[in-house]
Write a protein that binds this ligand. Sequence first.
Ligand SMILES: [Zn+2]
Length: 222
Amino acid sequence: MGRLVLTFDDRHVAGWEAALPLFDAVGAQVTFFVVEADLLDEEEQAGVRRILSAGHSVGSHGARHRNAPQAIAELGAAEYLRTEIDSSVDALRALGAAATSFAYPNSRRDETTDAVLLDVFDHLRGGGPRTSDLAAARSAVVAAGTRVFPGCGFDTARGDVPRENDAAALSELLRELAEGGGTLVLYAHEIAPVAKGNHIHPDRLAAVLAEAHGLGLRMNGL
Ligand SMILES: [Zn+2]
């Protein structure tokens, strides 16, 4: 059976929480990768707890959104883990998250960072750009048992600049997933009709969820 994993990055707790009914509507569980977990205010902490109690998972996106290859080269693996990873995981676990997965900030990763981080996490997610090219999007589909997921973006816009329209390619990819199996991990950021940074419109998110649900894809988090 094909599996679709939806993930959302950074620190948009209020917008994510507002979108929980969209996931509930189709019984989907998703993953939120939180950055600056140790800096969350009380409201954000309460939001993360409510996201967890709704059955979703929360992973780490680093303490300060540092590029992993650069930080490991500069600090060494031990110091990178201490400053960028341990503090993030500790803060998330204090909120009740398992924090067994990690999404690379700015999608920067290499074999060295994978080796260092797979000692800490069960799963890692990189990132490729949102694309209307089906062949390119296909490269984000991986076999069961994979621990490092390429990831494919599905934000609808950054500020008021719309992203390339990926609807046709993504529809075809979801159909292929339903027929041929495999796992596709998509990622977005804020969930809102309008936002300054990268965001997905709730209507588009609802459409992807409905389509995947209709095809019988399994939707659970990392
Ligand atoms: Zn990020």
